[in-house]
Structure formats: C-alpha cells, structure tokens
Design a protein around this ligand. Sequence first.
Ligand code: FAD
Length: 216
Amino acid sequence: MKNGIKVAIVGAGPSGLSCAYYLALAGFSVDVFESQSKAGGMVQFAVPGFRLTYEAIDKDFKRVTDLGVNIRYETKIQTKEFEELRKDYNYIYLAPGAQLAADFRLDGNKTEGVLDSLDFLFNAKEHKDTGIGENVVIIGGGNTAMDAARTAYRLVGKDGKVTIVYRRTINEMPADQGEIKAVIEEGMEIIELVSPEKVIAENGKVKAILCSKMKL
Ligand SMILES: Cc1cc2nc3c(=O)[nH]c(=O)nc-3n(C[C@H](O)[C@H](O)[C@H](O)COP(=O)(O)OP(=O)(O)OC[C@H]3O[C@@H](n4cnc5c(N)ncnc54)[C@H](O)[C@@H]3O)c2cc1C
C-alpha cells in the first residue's frame, strides 16, 4: 500500500536501484534520476559482459521497475536541479557512485598508451577503439585491474600478451579470489612485489615500465 511519501533518488546504479526497490516495496513513491541513458551504473558500463550479461542486469532492473519505480534518464542532477528536488520530494537519496578513477601518480602517466582503467573498460564494453597494443601491462590488484586484464586479454589476440604487476603478493590482492583465479587460468602472468616507478617512452609513446622490487 502506498504511504504517500515521495523519494527522489539520484543515480540508477546498484545503490540507487537497491534503495528504490526496498522503498517501493515499503510503499514509498520513488523517482530515480539518472544522467546516463541506461540504468546500472558501473555494472552496466564497466563490468565486462563475460562476467555479467546484459540479460542478468536487465532481469534485476525489471524487478525494480515492476514495483512502479519511475526512472528519468539523461537527467543529470546538479545544484539547480537538486534545489527543485528538495521542493518536490520528502526525501532525497544520493547515489552518484564514484565516476572517476583515482589519479595515478606515476612519472610519465600522461604518455600516449597509458590508459585510464575506467575509460578502457567503458570503451571496450561499447566495442569502441580502446587504444591498446599487443603487449599490455596492468597495474594493480583489485577487481577493476582483473577486469581490465581479462578484457585486454580478449583484445590482444593470440600473439598478444597481458601481464599484471602488483606491489604486494597475490595473497594481498584485494580482487575477489574467483577473479584472480580466472586471470591465472586464462594464462596471464602476475608479477608480484613490484612497484611501478616510471613509464619509459619512445617517440612519445609508451615503450616500457620501470619497476622497483618490493619486500613484504
Ligand atoms: C570494473 C569494475 C569491476 C567491479 N567488480 C566488482 C565486483 O566484482 N564485485 C563487487 O561487489 N563490486 C564490483 N565493483 C564495484 C561496483 O561496481 C560498485 O561498488 C557499484 O557499481 C557502486 O554502485 P553505486 O550505485 O554506488 O555507483 P555506480 O555504479 O557508479 O552508479 C552511480 C550512478 O549514478 C549516476 N550519476 C552520477 N552522478 C549523477 C548525477 N549528478 N545525476 C544523475 N545521475 C548521476 C551514474 O551515471 C551511475 O549510473 C566493480 C567496479 C568496477 C568499476
């Protein structure tokens, strides 16, 4: 039964949609405002399709809209729009996520061929040119790094190579165990205990990466 209370949710990623689902179940009237043309946030735009299909995402999403949740796409909420929401709704839930990758402090990080992990995953998922070559080094040990590695592996072809460098050991990697296992089983090399120091360029393009050996 509806309780007559209106809630606006900013962002239709997992957080906004979960909130919408439970509030709608509890009888609230819910409108979700999403800046993109599709719902799902990072799960929709960054997590590779070989890990989570569009069908699975749509199925979850339908559970939310079946409860009568209204989603307004291509509606970015900024200061002016936020003030409007404050007038029109009893409550506002902010779920904009984290849309930018952290700045990577590495000498030479602006060299052509050094890619931002989220840009890379967004482009790959939309089948756009990602700008990678045949020999790819992935820096990091989280889920994003594993997804970037597995995506790159599918793009470099059989003569290509994908290597992950991580400053600690595999045991300390924050990525899910299943993801690390998949990376190893698919044939990528993980070099442990190395910390990137500098990108080495040739003719303005990335050529190599200089790393320091680490100890735990
Ligand atoms: C490559 C990758 C792999 C991952 N793998 C895993 C995993 O295996 N397991 C796991 O648990 N988590 C994983 N995560 C993390 C998980 O995806 C996030 O924790 C989750 O998406 C966060 O949900 P969210 O709704 O807070 O933010 P988001 O998913 O970022 O969604 C935020 C939404 O808000 C919208 N938005 C932002 N600003 C505005 C605005 N001003 N107005 C309107 N809309 C706005 C965005 O367009 C977006 O749709 C992964 C993340 C990445 C990037």
